[in-house]
Structures are given as structure tokens and as C-alpha cells.
Ligand binder design. Sequence first.
Ligand SMILES: *Cc1c(COP(=O)(O)O)cnc(C)c1O
Length: 431
Amino acid sequence: MSSHRLFESTPACAEGLDADDRLARFRDLFFVPTDSSGSEQVYFCGNSLGLQPRTAVDSVKEVLEDWRQFAVAGHLEGRHPWLPYHEFLADQLAELVGALPLEVVAMNTLTVNLHLMMVSFYRPSSDRNRILIEKHAFPSDRYAVESQIRFHGFDPEDALVELSAREGEHCLRLEDVAETIDRLGNTLALAVLPGVQYYTGQYLDPAELTPLIHAVGAAAGYDLAHATGNLPVGLHDSGADFAVWCSYKYMNAGPGAIAGCFVHERHARDETLPRFAGWWGHDKHTRFLMDPGFQVMSGAEGWQLSNPSIFAAAPLLASLQIFHDAGIDRLRDKSLKLTGFLEFLLRERLAGQIEILTPSQPEQRGCQLSLKVRDPRHAGKQLHRRLEEAGCISDWREPDVIRVAPVPLYNCFRDVWAFVDTLADLLGPSA
Ligand SMILES: *Cc1c(COP(=O)(O)O)cnc(C)c1O
């Protein structure tokens, strides 16, 4: 994409891009928060908590009403009966992450799913017990991985291996990842890697990583918290063994929403995999016979434990319909432009004042850019607060990074203009 022909550093350019945006109407399906004067905020925080779809209200209300009207019969007679509620999510969830419906299930929360997946796919031996993660892995992932290593009687000091960026760089290089995996060879049991890295916004494609991990005989798992709903991921074709994600970030399903889990088809009928079982993973045809013998269901559903939290699933049902209508490929096209425009304006107007940690190649990132302010007078949490006071909601990560995520479903090009304009005002002329 030649950004120089597409973009100009003017508000008229932003308006023109909005006028040409065929997905612009999707913004109206969301509640955009307003400031005290009633004007809409520039909400660039969908990487942390996505906005509320207007239809989520109806979806939750439906559950409340069915419960009131049908009580226990709602399990079978609700408008979306609760017994198979997770099944209503599977097709669109599969479509969104490039999987077969059999390979995905909405259940639990992300960290819980990561543990369940490691129970099945981290099966260390005295020779092969290492887990590869990135140095700046999300803390919850690190705690989960370390505790699994200890649970199996190994020492994270030795068994936990970290990938880090080169000195002076922020992002990982694929060749370094490949070299590390190769070096670990048959001591590597599992790699747990991000789709989109939460801090830098770098995208690591499971389709590129998985063959490297499989080549040394290890299992490949992904945390797609910042990838799902952000860009197409093609999970089935990637060959990944498993993936997990939450649904309150780009998936717009609300705080604590029911999370997602992918298990590749080749494991779908493998009853020899160890797993932690619960009745919702039992064959649904005989579940209510309440017999003692556990008969596991095929596919990702077989990892379910409890009957799902319907209230945490209802907003996801609404949200997935919106993704289906917009199409993740079309959203990605818009996202490339939206984030491209943001990058263009930052370079045009704030070159020298802002460092962008995120890769500059669009195919190596999602919608988020991670910014570092160079001027030490501004490089503090205070700038982030002043942005917020000016109606620009972004997200702060210690020690000095502002993460900015223009989301193609509900952000517009005028948002991008307003954000950079506000930031330029706050920073003033470069010293
Ligand atoms: C947001 C996020 C989580 C959150 O985990 P929960 O179990 O949903 O609290 C975990 N990992 C990554 C990489 C995240 O970005």
C-alpha cells in the first residue's frame, strides 16, 4: 500500500477516507462513550476492553426474560436454549479464527483454558520438558506456564526458556525464534507464543511458527488474546495444536466474557490425551444418564468442564454476529488503512518526538501501535492522563509505553486525526 498516495496530513483527508469507508456504518452498532460535554470520545482502548455492541443488551435481556418466564425449562425451551448455548457460538467463532466448528469452543476464561490445554499438551519427560515463551509474555501466561512446570516436578529455572528481542530492539525476529527452537531441539516440549504481542503489537503468524516447533517434535500453542477479532489468524491451516483467547478485548463481549479455545482437528478424537474432565465434556447424548464412565465428546467441546456461564456468553453471541456481517477480511483491509493513517500522521507531524515500537511492516502487526515519547519531560504517565482529559482514551503500560488501538469496527479516520492532533498539541513543538 502506498501510504503517500492514500494519505495527506489534513482533516479533509480523514473525512474523505471516512466517506469512502464501506464499513463506516458498523460504528453505529456500538455505544461510543462520551465525555462530560456529550461529545464522543476517541476510544483507542479496544485492545483492553472493546466497546459494547448495542445488540448485546438484547442478547442479555433475552436470557433474563427466558429465565423469568421458563425457569428450569429455559435449558430446553429458551429462545436460545441454555443446554446447547455454546453451540450457537461455534460456527461464527470458527469462521473468525479460521477453524472448523469442531475445533473451537467458547468456555471459561483465557488463563483457565491455557491450563486445560497444558494439561493435555504439556507432557514433559526427563529429557523433554522445556517450554518456550517470550521474555515479555503477559504475566498471567508466565505464571500459568511456571506453575505447570512445577506441577510436573521440574524447575522453571531450567525448563522455562525465554525468547527475547535483540539488544536495542523491541520486536522478535523470526530467524532468532527459529534458531532458538532449533537449539532447544528435542528438549523442547511445548511453545506458548502470542499471536499479537500485547506490549509491542507485533504479529507472529502461527502458520510460520508452527512448522518450526513441530520440526523438533514439540507442541505449538498460541495465546491469541490480542489477535482474535483483530486480524484473520487461519488457525486450522497453521497446524497449531491449540490456541486460547479472551473475548473482552477485540471481541467486544464485555468484562469477564466467556473465552475461546481451539484444539486442532487431528486431536479431536484422541481419547488417550490426558485431560481434566467435567460433565460438559461428556458425550451430550448420554450426559444426563449420569453414569460414572466418562465418555469424551469429539473436538474442542470435549475439554469443557461445567455448564457454561450463559450471561457471560450472551454478549458474545451478539458480537459474533457483527463480525460475521462485517467479515474479518474486510475488517483487516480497513484496519491496514486506519493504522496506516495513524502511522503516517505520527511520522508527518511528530517525527523525532515519538518512537513507534510496533513493526512498520503492516503484515507484522495488528491494529495497535505502541508509542514511546522521546522527550523525557513528557515520557510519563502524565501525558497519558492528559490525553484522557482531552477525550482520547488509550492505554498505558509501565514503564513508558502508550498503546493505541484504532479498531476498524467502530473507529473512524476522524478519530485518528483527532488523536494525533491532540497528541501534537500536548507535546508542543519539538525541543
Ligand atoms: C488479556 C490477556 C490475558 C488475560 O487473561 P484472563 O485469563 O482473561 O484474565 C492473558 N494473556 C494475554 C496475552 C492477554 O493479553
